[in-house]
Design a protein around this ligand. Sequence first.
Ligand SMILES: [Zn+2]
Length: 322
Amino acid sequence: MTKPGRQEGNYLASIPHGLMFHHFHNDEHVKGQGSISAATLADMIDFVGCKYILSASDWYERAVAGKLDKNDLCITFDDNLKCQYDVAYPVLKSYGIKAFWFVYTSPLEGELERIEIYRHFRCSNFASVNDFYQAFLKAVQTSPYLKRVEKALNNFDPSKYLTEFPFYTKEDKIFRYIRDRILGAEPYQEIMEQMLIDYQVDIGQLKGKLWMNEEQLRQLDSEHNIIGLHSHSHPTYLGRLPATEQEKEYRKNASVLKNVLAKDPVTVSHPCNSYNQDTLSILHKLGVKVGFRANMYGNLSSRYEYPREDHANILKEMGRAT
Ligand SMILES: [Zn+2]
């Protein structure tokens, strides 16, 4: 029976692309900005049409052979999150879909990578993301960076920033602008670490809750999913790093995955969509064959740049809020 939703074929863009997913929630995994439930994932698969979703290995083979059809879709997960394994994987199994899972490997080495710790803090300690933004601005006020932030915000127009992400709110954009452009990595981290202390967050107990472990990755691999590269430590702007640093990130990423899975990874998704020509050369050197961007913009100029549609945009097309 056809479920309600878009008429067959209407969703389909004129180019083959991936559907990009990050966070999921259930009773155990806290609901947060952009997270979806198992039921919503199932609705989305019905909406785009299960029959257009290729298994990861089919997609890979057709991409390598240059034989993807304009209607072909695939499902991709970034960031090796435990919530994907717990919430999304059972849904995929019920549809018989095999997906791409792009893994940054530092958590497998015990690193509590801040990108995820901070998100968890935002979602679990504040009633809404805007409450977090307010607390963050308060923390900026008592930091040494207050003047710098105030001055830069004077000339900032949120409506002209990150226009390629239409689902970001004005508050999202202001926060991201302060974090990425005004503060930069270290001052931002300094402020956030102080907030973790102020809110008495015990980050040690998050280990094992946020990321998948080696055994879960091996299970996905043995059940015909494809595990791919996503850098080792997930830098926000990998493409702005010197080539030697980028190479270190991807070499380490590849070697940890090889240790876990006993095979060389041959796919990649670019963390935060950040890459440059150096990145593509490094990936080529590492034997990578197929890669994904994190949006639908730009022409497909290499096999490492297949577009992906963010799940939030699909929800929007379905007439559903994120
Ligand atoms: Zn990522």
